[in-house]
Design a protein around this ligand. Structure first.
Ligand code: HEC
Length: 482
């Protein structure tokens, strides 16, 4: 029989293992995710570093271009001839070298010459190397190296810039290069080489050590690494805590469910072995559904459990005949107060008899009905009552004593004749009635007859409370325990 409808089971050992496995899988997935994000971040730091390096090269080139444009815009830029500014042997032009009225010797500085001079100056205070070059150089020293040749070829096929990390023996170098296109102003000097505007005349390459940006990259990478490690660690600790917490909760749950199960077993044993019939009902609208019924109740109802659990109580209680019971149940259910019916005649067409009912409501809302069939007791009591009345109303004196002669019952005729009250006689010895007129042997003989199991017949000469003497004929029989 089921009393508890909730299926409570403790978590099994193998399922505990499963919980641990799930936690381990989450931990692995977490670690993979963190590792993936870390690698991704380190890559983006690296590409950001390269972007900074490229921007640096682009800016440097743009400045060169600007100064060159300024130079060719002016048409002729002159500088005093000195050690670092000797006349350019490759420049073929009018008024290449001039002398001012005051005797200052000047030479014309073409844009490429200027760029070279600036690049040489730059080399003195930084590690940035600039180089103006062409696939078809006027000045042989301006010849392009292998990397520059490939970059220039790319420009001719339309690419606008090339930026790359290249390796030398000692360190990594970042190289940036962009093209110089032939403009109208260039044709004065380069026109004779057959160039037309828009063509790639050459380019300027800039090389600088990647170490310039590496410190930024390293610091950012390290910071990212530590941040992700911390996140990974916190997540891991969280999972570990979650796991131990879950295990504790499961253990608690197991303890509790084991307790509930053993409680339920105890309750069932108690329920099944009650001497009274017992039903647990739950109210449903104006009806009551049987949730549980014990063996004793089934035997009282002369029914089988299979037929009853889950059904309306009206299967047992006849709605017309046993209406009072249903009303009592409704009362207890709505008020919550206990109710006892000491005697009620029950008849549902299947079984009938006198019954004793007790109703009470559980905190959980169910109604409990405890009852007994008291038909037998009822019958006995009825018989006893009749007998008692017969004895009581008899005109003979009737008394009952124990084997020592102590009175335990006397009828009203006994009281009336002896003039004593009930309290004055019951519990007292029959000696109280002796007149003293009869010899000791008389009584000895009486007791002997009784203790031998025989009935004694004779006449007593007794005395009332007020001292009146009277004769009485008596039959005294022993009563034996069954
Ligand atoms: C005043 C004359 C003059 C003008 C204008 C001029 N160049 Fe030049 N350029 C030269 C001479 C001379 C050289 C070669 C020697 C040197 O390095 O100075 C040269 C060299 C170069 C080089 C280096 C490769 C090589 O041939 O040695 C490039 C590239 C170049 N010029 C591009 C240009 C462009 C582009 C323009 C127009 C914006 C331009 N030049 C305008 C005279 C000129």
């Amino acid at each position: 029989m089921k009393i508890n409808n909730n299926n409570i089971f403790p978590v099994q050992e193998k399922n505990l293992e499963k919980i641990s496995i799930v936690f381990s899988i989450i931990y692995i997935l977490w670690s993979v995710l963190i590792l993936f994000l870390l690698v991704q971040n380190i890559y983006s730091i690296k590409s950001a570093t390269l972007e900074i390096a490229r921007t640096f090269g682009r800016e440097s080139f743009r400045k060169d271009l600007l100064y060159r444009r300024w130079n060719s815009m002016l048409g002729s830029v002159y500088g005093e001839i000195c050690e670092t500014n000797s006349p350019n042997p490759y420049l073929i032009t009018d008024e290449k070298n001039i002398i001012t009225p005051h005797g200052l010797k000047l030479t014309k500085i073409n844009p490429a010459y200027m760029t070279r001079q600036v690049h040489e100056l730059g080399l003195l205070d930084s590690n940035i190397v600039g180089h103006i070059t062409s696939l078809n150089p006027i000045r042989p020293q301006n010849k392009a190296d292998d990397w520059e040749v490939s970059a220039l070829k790319k420009f001719e096929s339309g690419q606008s810039e090339v930026a790359e990390i290249t390796k030398t023996e000692s360190h990594n170098v970042f190289r940036y290069m962009a093209p110089l296109y032939v403009e109208k102003s260039c044709l004065n000097c380069h026109g004779r080489q057959g160039y037309q505007t828009g063509q790639v005349r050459g380019g300027i390459s800039i090389s600088y050590s990647i170490a310039l940006f590496d410190s930024y990259r390293k610091a950012a990478t390290l910071r990212t690494f530590f941040s992700f490690s911390a996140i990974w660690l916190i997540g891991g600790l969280g999972l570990l805590y979650g796991h131990s917490r879950t295990m504790k909760l499961v253990k608690k749950y197991n303890d509790l469910s084991n307790r509930i199960i053993s409680n339920e077993k105890q309750y069932r044993t108690l329920f099944e072995n009650m001497v009274s019939g017992c039903m647990v009902l739950s109210s449903k609208g104006s009806d009551f559904i049987i949730k549980a019924i014990n063996r004793q109740a089934l035997s009282i109802e002369n029914m089988d459990n299979q037929d009853l659990v889950g059904k309306s109580v009206k299967v047992i209680i006849n709605e017309q005949v046993d209406k009072d019971l249903l009303i009592s149940m409704e009362m207890v259910d709505s008020s919550g107060d206990d109710l006892t019916i000491p005697e009620i005649y029950f008849d549902n067409g299947h079984v009938a008899g006198w019954r004793k009912y007790q109703f009470f409501k559980l905190k959980t809302g169910e109604l409990v009905v405890v009852y007994m069939d008291v038909s037998e007791e009822y019958k006995k009591e009825m018989n006893l009552n009749i007998l008692k009345q017969a004895v009581e109303q008899s005109t003979s004196l009737i008394g009952i004593t124990d084997k020592n002669g102590n009175l335990s019952y006397v009828n009203s005729t006994f009281l009336a004749t002896t003039e004593y009250t009930w309290d004055e006689l019951v519990g007292k010895n029959t000696r109280i009635l002796k007149s003293g007129e009869q010899p000791h042997e008389f009584y000895k003989n009486l007791w002997k007859t009784i203790t031998d199991g025989e009935t004694w017949s004779g006449e007593f000469h007794n005395k009332t409370k007020s001292g009146k003497l009277y004769w009485e004929a008596a039959n005294i029989s022993p009563i034996f325990d069954k």
